[in-house]
Design a protein around this ligand. Sequence first.
Ligand SMILES: [Zn+2]
Ligand SMILES: [Zn+2]
Length: 171
Amino acid sequence: MIIIQPIGNVEEEILEFLKKFISTIFNTRCIVSNQKLATPEDAYNPLRNQYHSTRLLLFLKNVLRGDFNRILGVTNVDLYAPHLNFVFGEAESPGKFAIISTYRLKHPDRRIFLERVLKEAIHELGHTIGLAHCSNPSCVMYFSNSIIDTDKKSPKFCKECLKELKTRNKC
Ligand SMILES: [Zn+2]
Ligand SMILES: [Zn+2]
């Protein structure tokens, strides 16, 4: 089962949208957690005015220790990793925990915004299953260096990644 865990205030519509498509794509049960989690302020870096994504991931792991499900954290704060200006998300690969941020995915067209969120969610969940980055620019496992890459790729796995996913999802 995949649990979607909001961190801070995340719109219900985003969570419900993710739930619907994630359960279909990964062919598993998916629920939205009703546990309220505040954004941990020790992950905040005032010099960058951003949150450290690995620390947020560790926070999730600590809070949800002993949960044997796959967890997708969703936040609306801006995330960074030490050598990158920003990240859209981060995941253990392979592992059980992933997070995504909606912060840099905003678009006036709601449909485009939601599709971006879904792509990043599937990408990070793909990592938790053990999938690496893919060289096919239309595959969801393609690394997004910028939002342009996210918009170019589809929310789907390419043939190769899908094959890999099916093999790994069994174990
Ligand atoms: Zn990635
Ligand atoms: Zn691929």
